[in-house]
Design a binder for this molecule. Sequence first.
Ligand SMILES: [Zn+2]
Ligand SMILES: [Zn+2]
Ligand SMILES: [Zn+2]
Ligand SMILES: [Zn+2]
Ligand SMILES: [Zn+2]
Ligand SMILES: [Zn+2]
Ligand SMILES: [Zn+2]
Length: 1728
Amino acid sequence: MILQGPSQFYDSREKALTLWYTTATDLPKEVYLHLAYYIPKIYSRGPNPAPQREDMLAQHILLGPMEWYLCGEDPAFGFPKLEQANKPSHLCGRVFKVGEPTYSCRDCAVDPTCVLCMECFLGSIHREHRYRMTTSGGGGFCDCGDTEAWKEGPYCQKHELSSAETDPLMHLSEDMIARAYNIFAIMFQYAVDILTWEKENELPPGLETLEKSDTYYCMLFNDEVHTYEQVIYTLQKAVNCTQKEAIGFATTVDRDGRRSVRYGDFQYCDQAKSVIVRNTSRQTKPLKVQVMHSSIVAHQSFGLKLLTWLGNIIGYSDGLRRILCQVGLQEGPDGENSSLVDKLMLSDSKLWKGARSVYHQLFMSSLLMDLKYKKLFAIRFARNYERLQSDYVKDDHDREFSIADLSVQIFTVPSLARMLITEENLMTTIIKTFMDHLRHRDIQGRFQFERYTALQAFKFRRVQSLILDLKYVLITKPTDWSNDLRQKFLEGFDAFLELLKCMQGMDPITRQVGQHIEMEPEWEAAFTLQMKLTHVISMMQDWCALDEKVLIEAYKKCLTVLMQCHSGFTDGEQPIVLSICGHSVETIRYCVSQEKVSIHLPVSRLLAGLHVLLSKSEVAYKFPELLPLSELSPPLLIEHPLRCLVLCAQVHAGMWRRNGFSLVNQIYYYHNVKCRREMFDKDIIMLQTGLSMMDPNHFLMIMLSRFDLYQIFSTPDYGKRFNTENTNKVLLYLVIIFNGEKNRFSPGMGQVNATDEIKREIIHQLSIRPMAHSELVKALPENENKETGMESVIEAVACFKKPGLTGRGLYELKPECTKDFNLYFYHFSRAEQSKAEEAQRKLKRQNREDTALPPPVLPPLSPLFASLINILQSDVMLCIMGTILQWAVEHNGYAWSESMLQRVLHLIGMALQEEKQHLENLNEENVVTFTFTQKISKPGEAPSNSPSILAMLETLQNAPHLEVHKDMIRWILKTFNAIKKLRENSSTSPVPETEGNIIEEGSRDKDKAERKRKAEIARLRREKIMAQMSEMQRHFIDENKELFQQTLEELATSTSRALDNSPTVSDTKLTALGPKQTRVTEQRQVVTCILCQEEQEVKVDSRAMVLAAFVQRSTVLSKNRNKVIQDPEKYDPLFMHPELSCGTHTGSCGHIMHAHCWQRYFDAVQAKEQRRQQRLRVHTSYDVENGEFLCPLCECLSNTVIPLLPPPRGLFNRLDFSDQPNLAQWMRTISQQIKALYILHNSCGSNSEKMDELQLPKGFRPDFQPKNLYSESIKEMLTTFGTAIYKVGLKVHPNEEDLRVPIMCWGSCAYTIQTIEQILTDENKPLFGNLPCRQDDCLTSLTRFAAAHWTVSSLSAVQGHFCRLLASLVPNEKNENLPCILDIDMFHLLVSLVLSFPAIYCQDFSGVSLGTGDLHIFHLVTMAHIVQILLTSSTEENGMDQENPNSEEEAAALTLYKFLCQRTGSALKEMSSGWHLWRSIKAGIMPFLRCSALFFHYLNGVPVPSEIQVTGASQFEHLCSYLSLPNNLICLFQENSKIMNTLVESWCSNNEVNRYLEGKRQAISYARESNKLIDLPDDYSCLINQASNFLCPKSGGDKSRAPTLCLVCGTMLCSQSYCCQTELEGEDVGACTAHTYACGSGVGIFLRVRECQVLFLAGKTKGCFYAPPYLDDYGETDQGLRRGNPLHLCKERFKKIQKLWQQHSITEEIGHAQEANQTLVGIDWQHL
Ligand SMILES: [Zn+2]
Ligand SMILES: [Zn+2]
Ligand SMILES: [Zn+2]
Ligand SMILES: [Zn+2]
Ligand SMILES: [Zn+2]
Ligand SMILES: [Zn+2]
Ligand SMILES: [Zn+2]
């Protein structure tokens, strides 16, 4: 067969083919023949692709020859040569993979789209700058080396070395160039032809084959309409595949964009096609399916391969790259748009996803990497722009899969953007294209989104990306303008104005009266458009600002368009004349609440923006003739913005309630930080502009009229019934407009720069409360100043406070900045304003200052706006102020409100500040024209004869109902006096006499102090009352809870105190076990039930009391995570392996209940949950069916209860102080007893003679059945808890009869003690005296329970367990196949032996004490452990110790070791240093001794010597003493040498021990190292990078979408994805859930790398997200990686997570999170 054979064959074949190529007369034809013959043979002709085989064959038969031809020699030599000769350009150009980290420098990047790859970033100067990090969505490339992208440091170290740009073709031979042209032209043409081929059954000319095998593929294509589930379901039906196969198909379709789902003859495929189409056409458009001839598919596969190949080849040489670009852009025979590149681009939307991404990548690595051709390509792209965008809008794939997305790569290059604007008129093209897609207009030609269908709305969303393109084009501002640029920009500006014109006045609203609106009108589309355009509008102004000519032209154009928009706005409106205080003005009658009004006025607002810019350029003063100022009509300018403000005021006043939420939302966005810059702010500017050009009295009258307030102020006796809210609002606007912020602090208007503006914003945000960095960022408008701007000033105005273990870092306003606080800051919402006011007053009170919040001193106005100030002293304004003050004086309830007064006071304050400043900055020529103080001192003229404003203020100063404002009034009067003095000093103008006397300073101060004292008393009283109120309001249950808590805590402390004090044995040695055990008088223990509040003593025969408890399987201590229990039904848990691979942990919140109270509570919960789940189908955070419940007091997750017991040992210990047997004697007796039991149990009747034979040891009565002393309810609880441990620990169905129940109980006791000991060791804490109450209580009851459990299980079974356990150390012939001592965890063995021993002991009446048995068991296990340690000790000798004289212990250790060597047949390595041996014994046995001390302490209740309650030296000795061990542990062997020699020998002769010593197996060595979570890198981007290189393990080299790191074992998983779902217990689960079962026995801790989020999982249904241990420099986490600040590991927070894990609190944490946030319950955690 031709397609197989050794590779040499291919080589010679390649050479032969090359020869033939080289000599061919018609190369294209020959090549096509070759391809036509082989491709259908190579590319799979079966249902399943075999990519590796295909690739291999294609390389050898198709590509290989081309490589030979290209190189003219073996490519293995040719390509390296090319590479060497290549002088690469500066550009990096690395194309980003999905999820790869990218970096941008906030200091140096020209725009945010300029990014670096990780490698370049690490080698660049930006590493030290303020950078931003994101993960790439795929596509895009590294901008390293692009001098246009970076203000500084464009090259990394690597790319800096590259040579300067020369002609890359210089490095290639003529021959090579010619050959490259030939081959590239043919192959590129071929690939383009075949990929864009649209016929399904016919090949392009030249590729037809002679033999026509008629096989077809049914090809399924991807769309973004149908869901995974729909596709999977349909496929199962259509092609009869399994669900698994269907998932496979669907995954590939989603990834590659298409996949054949059936192979066969035409009909067979067509049938599948029609089923798919039929099945998916119901909801939306059907899935795209084609039946394609197999050879077409084969050629297309090769076509893709070829493009990738071309990409690789040009990577060897910049010269080849240039040739390919030339080939690609060469115009074909059909003229315009006929180049290969054009062809590909124009058929983009017809190609499937996989094909698109392959050719996009080729474009990026070729056209965009070559500086010359990048420009040519940009032109092609711009010329096709309209068509490409339209294709994209019609297409349904995401933008990242569209060629249109390349715009970001082209338009953000400043030089290209400029070139495209001037030469291709790009701006106009983009805007026009955009407009073309928004066809719906009303009769005035304005956009109309009202009647959009779903499809149109979808299109509208896609069209918005064009605005982004416009933004890219404008992002870098030109430094110098050519005439061409001016002309083309203004042309674009015209188009833009056309766009804005369509928006001016869109979505008009009419006030709804009577009925509520029936349907909320569509408003979001219009606002989306506004929001998207906001940035562009600002950029347009920025551009205009740069060139005076452009600015003037733009201003004229804008004005013209505005005139067009509002030509005849007075039509039909009735003209009226307004007059107040002798001023009168003509205007129209217009009432916002009756006519149509629109919130969209982009043209007016743009004009306002341009006007500000003009004021900056000063052209207005130098050449006013250039400006159409005469055309400006101030009343016309202000009319619409004014209406907008009136609308807001009325909505806030509740006049538009019937218009529904859509209006409320619009008003919200109008003021919101996202829009206000080009909405609210500009309306204010427009009013200021109008005002600066007209008589302030006229302006005020028009304003009052629009707000419906004219009548009130023009005729003082007018009914006074009106909306105070409106007056409030108008006053607020007056404050803002006339002397507020905008006209001073914006660049251009006031004489301040952008930094001051942002400073002001920050000061006012922080006046509300201290804020985190991200909050501040959110509160600032989105522009280039956003973050860098903020950071440049933040230090000046705020102090940073670092975060603790939770929470985030906060900025706090510096005290000296509070003087800049303006109560009526124009960006405050009402809520913000009152919060800020409260906060500032509180601050002042704390500092013992008066609480007036006077307006701050403001910088001067710019000349164009200087006249604004006159409004404050205009007659109408004074009239308004006077009227309101008059109302306040009259204390006229319904017309007047405090906030009104407050605003007037503020206005007066501002006027005084102005005047003061004027006087202070006075120079010779200036005449002070601002004489506010004079005017307010004058009384009203006849006929009203009202008192002067000043006089009224003085009256108000003493008004009892204005306590809050007195400080402010006082401040005003004081400032007034100061100004008076200033005037006297400068004597510019005589100060008029003031009426009424201003009180002397001295007496005033006294008065003030008195008032302060009173206020303070009042405040204290108020606070006290408030506190009482809130106390009363607190929920009853909560109150009780606290009460409970209190009693419990008191109880806990009292019992523990009793324990501590009880032994008056401070001098005596305390011994925890054995015949010499310290006797403790038993304490009466009385506890209270948290449910019924009754007290109860814990006694053997009383009703059971229980602790809520949570039992879980745990792998926290595991040294081998791969071990799983295969068949839990048959698993024998008797011996715990030292790997501790899976234990059963018991924890408790320590809350005590009556057993019967708990039972009743649990039944009620169960019933309630069942009803609830049936009714609402909602789940809870706990699984009632599995016995879970929440502790009724603390809501801690629990799944069982532990009974409280008195010390259990006392019950069965018959004390006898006669001689106790030694170890050897005791063992002999026990062996006899065991033997007797064995015979007894195994000879049920049949061998009765054997029974007789049997000699029972003295005092042993095997027929004796001990009486169970516990009350029924305690017995029941013993069974309940035992069964729970068994059920959870083994994951089996509960069965209280199972013989393994007691084993599991002992195991849980041992394991729980071990985990606690481990935590204490890790934290370097002493063994005792540090456990929290709840853990102490839990261990006490757990140990006592485990010790008592045998009383409710089968006696013979427990005896049997004891016998087998003992046999592992003391072998007998009955028990074989027991694990060797290397494979037994000695502490588990100890606990099980000690706790099962009473089952035998209870039948022993020989007078031996129980303690003797305990002691011997303990000694025996200890010795076994020492041998275990010595056998597995890996200590290497070194010479350091030899100087020390050998101590007794060391000598003994050496002797023992030598004995071991002997017994193991010298397989143990030689050791000569006793010092080392003794040291490793001590270190190795420490955890065991500590655990034993805990165990015996809780078992026997002997108090702990104070020495082990603190850390310190000689812990070992104190432990030994407490445990009744000799300090020299080896003595144990020596004392019992006879029997021990035999035992040690039997241990050592075990086959497994030999295998270990021969190195044939592993064993755990001691002390076991504690388990920690994995080490995380300090820099988070390392993790991102690691994750971006991670491939899904199941779908063949695909990038994983949600790479997730197991923090326990460090495995990376492909989470939340179909590809990696597996079946677990009959359900499909995601990779994380599956992993938790293997790694954490159901519990898992993960880091979702892309989201920067910690994930806790427990079981299949429980999970929660947890804050990651990574913080940015501002002390904040970044969940979702939205902010992109560099993140670093916070070790403390990571330790906290680790501790949660070590303490087995993950499940509890999840429970609390789910209780707090119900949405967490609804998440399908199992699919993660
Ligand atoms: Zn790079
Ligand atoms: Zn670089
Ligand atoms: Zn930088
Ligand atoms: Zn109770
Ligand atoms: Zn509790
Ligand atoms: Zn793991
Ligand atoms: Zn996967």
